[in-house]
Design a protein around this ligand. Structure first.
Ligand SMILES: [Zn+2]
Length: 404
């Protein structure tokens, strides 16, 4: 690696540099995923390239919009900008609110990971800074109580407003320091130290004092591969998430006419009421079907050896028709063929156990003529997709049963 060709990274020593001047060293084609863009290498940059779990900075270079910033193996930073650029001196301006947000989340991660490490000897195995949430993956499963202890400890360090310093060390010097994690690479290391709390090798951007993190709030945890993934927000994101929760609680409180603290009890009550209502509805439907079955059985007509109910009924689904037919067929000597008046229709054929009529055969004949499909046993058969004039279907059924 030729040190002279490497891009000087302003953010390594001055993470608060939001604007900078530089010289264009090379202009290159942009990566394939940005067809109308230009790749630019500068002698120095304050733009952070995607690395170490932290996303790249947005902003403007020579008044062109930055669409990507890439950390390359040769030590250069490639700025991908919209449109062309000329060689010479350029001015860069970072989207500062976005960068500062990343600094809050990233420094918060150092403090939270160190709190888990110091209090519970739990290692952080990976870190991801997302666009709305950040996560750390812990090396073992932790309890809700342990998470709360680490969260409290991390916020204590935030509120003590400790200095976060940057220094550089060679491998020998680093070996003598209490690094939280083995550095991933050798050579000259950049160390981030939270005063008297944590030392980590890291190339990311961090706030200068822990107070600027504001607050560290764990939102949820989930078990992943023998460890725990902890979702957290810091600073401005914690405020945004508090507002979102506040709005959700306020509208739920209005809907249920209770204060926020009474929401769980109110939801529990609603669920119980809803379960009771469903049970009552089911009971009433069963009684109604029983009543309807009795009324239909009274109008049964003789066909062969059976008294048969032939009816096209709306207001029932396939299961409702089946219950009704079974209820009619619970009467000795009775059979039923039930369809809906609206087509295509489900169809049920049922008969009492003292009859010899084959319900399955009747159903197969009817579907052969009127379409649909289905099957069943001699006592009960059902199908669906039957098409035709309801009266024609029922009179065909009467002929089949009368001839049986
Ligand atoms: Zn870091």
């Amino acid at each position: 690696m030729n040190r002279d060709s490497m891009t000087e990274r302003i953010y390594y020593t001055d993470p608060y540099a939001a604007e900078f001047d530089a010289t264009v060293i090379a202009i290159e084609p942009a990566p394939a995923e940005h067809p109308d863009a230009t790749g630019v290498v500068l002698d120095r940059t304050a733009f952070y390239p995607t690395s170490g779990g932290q996303p790249f900075d947005l902003g403007r270079l020579a008044d062109r919009r930055i669409v990507d910033v890439v950390d390359r193996d040769d030590g250069t930073v490639l700025h991908v900008i919209e449109g062309p650029i000329e060689t010479g001196a350029v001015h860069g301006a970072i989207d500062w609110p976005r960068r500062f947000d990343h600094m809050q989340q990233h420094t918060g991660q150092h403090v939270l990971s160190a709190a888990f490490d110091r209090l519970l000897q739990v290692r952080t195995v990976s870190f991801h800074l997302g666009s709305s949430l950040s996560t750390i993956d812990l090396g073992r499963e932790v309890t809700a109580g342990e998470v709360a202890r680490a969260e409290s400890e991390a916020n204590r360090v935030v509120w003590e407003d400790r200095v976060v310093s940057i220094r550089f060390a060679d491998a020998q010097e680093a070996a003598r320091l209490p690094l939280r994690k083995e550095p991933a690479r050798g050579g000259r290391l950049r160390l981030i130290e939270v005063d008297d709390f944590d030392v980590s090798a890291c190339g990311g951007t961090h706030v200068a004092r822990t107070g600027a993190i504001g607050i560290i709030a764990v939102l949820s945890t989930e078990r992943v591969r023998g460890g725990t993934r902890v979702e957290f927000v810091c600073g401005g994101r914690a405020l945004a998430s508090l507002r979102a929760l506040r709005d959700a609680v306020a509208s739920s409180s209005t809907l249920l006419s209770v204060v926020g603290a009474e929401l769980p009890a109110a939801i529990d009550r609603l669920q119980t009421e809803s379960r009771d209502s469903r049970r009552q509805l089911k009971d009433l439907q069963a009684r109604l079907a029983e009543h309807e079955a009795a009324a239909l059985a009274d109008r049964a007509e003789p066909a062969g050896a059976a008294k048969v109910v032939l009816a096209a009924l709306d207001g029932y689904d396939a299961n409702g028709l089946k219950s009704l037919a079974q209820s009619i067929a619970s009467r000795p000597g009775h059979a039923a063929v039930l369809i809906r008046a609206t087509m295509p229709s489900p169809i049920v054929v049922a008969r009492a156990s003292d009859l010899t009529l084959d319900a399955g055969a009747v159903l197969r004949h009817l579907t052969a003529t009127f379409g649909g499909k289905g099957g069943g046993r001699p006592e009960l058969a059902q199908g669906g997709g039957v098409q035709g004039d309801p009266a024609a279907i029922l009179s065909a059924a009467r002929r089949l049963i009368g001839g049986a």
